[in-house]
Design a protein around this ligand. Structure first.
Ligand code: SF4
Length: 249
């Protein structure tokens, strides 16, 4: 389907299940779910696998994931029979970055943190997208200010990004999980409300926002890795300079 033919307005009116059903029928193997096995991603996997047991699911293995996330990859393989596609960063890029800036560069400077996210997440993700025409993620509008305007369907660089749970509440997600006995990421039991790389995520404190445990040492920064938002111009300029050092070899 050409990008001009995608009925974006009509897709906004569909339920999560209807939207996944449409994507599976329209794009087949050129559609996949991108997940880090948090609650929302697991809801999408459960819903989609009931519509099409061959649905594609991929995850970014940054090399710094907590052990519990690797357990979830096995859980999904066993429970749903889905061969989760593992997307890894380029070894040479990670080696150059960590040699230049150290293995824990992210704690020193927000730009170095964005560089690490770029090398370990954004570039591998963009490479994976070359295989696809559409992908689905578990974004919800109420998760953060940055996500408040997320659409159910939007064109991103000639691809279709779907957020079937955009208008769902956290309670709806929990209700679905309970009613359908969906596996839960073990870190939720330890107080995590958002789960990413091991060194960059901790349990959120009482009364804190859902994504407060991500990059908790950064003040006033976007709690995003670059997969869902474009960094502002100043940040991108600084990031571009750092990236050049890694990619110019
Ligand atoms: S979340 Fe942390 S470890 Fe993971 S890619 Fe981003 S900066 Fe690197």
């Amino acid at each position: 389907m050409t990008s001009a033919a995608v009925p974006l307005g009509e897709l906004e009116a569909l339920s999560a299940t209807e939207l996944l059903k449409w994507a599976l029928a329209t794009y087949g193997r050129r559609f996949a779910i991108s997940t880090s096995f948090q609650a929302e991603g697991m809801v999408l996997i459960d819903m989609a696998s009931k519509l099409d047991s061959a649905v594609r699911v991929f995850t970014l293995d940054t090399g710094r994931l907590p052990a519990e996330t690797y357990e979830m990859i096995d859980t999904v393989r066993e429970r749903y029979g889905i061969a989760v596609e593992i997307v890894s960063p380029e070894t040479e890029e990670v080696e150059r970055m960590t040699t230049l800036h150290g293995v824990n560069l992210f704690y020193r400077d927000p730009n170095l943190r964005k560089l690490c996210c770029h090398i370990r997440k954004v570039r591998p993700f963009d490479r994976k997208l070359n295989e696809l025409d559409a992908w689905a993620v578990g974004l919800r509008r109420e998760q953060s200010e940055e996500r408040a305007s997320a659409m159910q369907a939007e064109q991103v660089s000639n691809k279709l990004k779907l957020s079937p749970l955009a208008e769902w509440t956290a309670q709806q997600v929990q209700d679905y999980i309970e009613q359908n006995d969906v596996p839960r990421h073990p870190l939720y039991l330890k107080g995590y409300t958002s789960i990413g790389c091991g060194p960059c995520t901790r349990a959120a404190g009482a009364g804190e926002s859902e994504r407060a445990g991500r990059w908790w040492w950064e003040e006033n920064s976007s709690k995003e890795c670059g997969l869902h938002v474009t960094p502002d111009g100043r940040m991108r300029k600084a990031l571009d300079v750092l990236l050049e050092d890694i990619l110019k070899h």
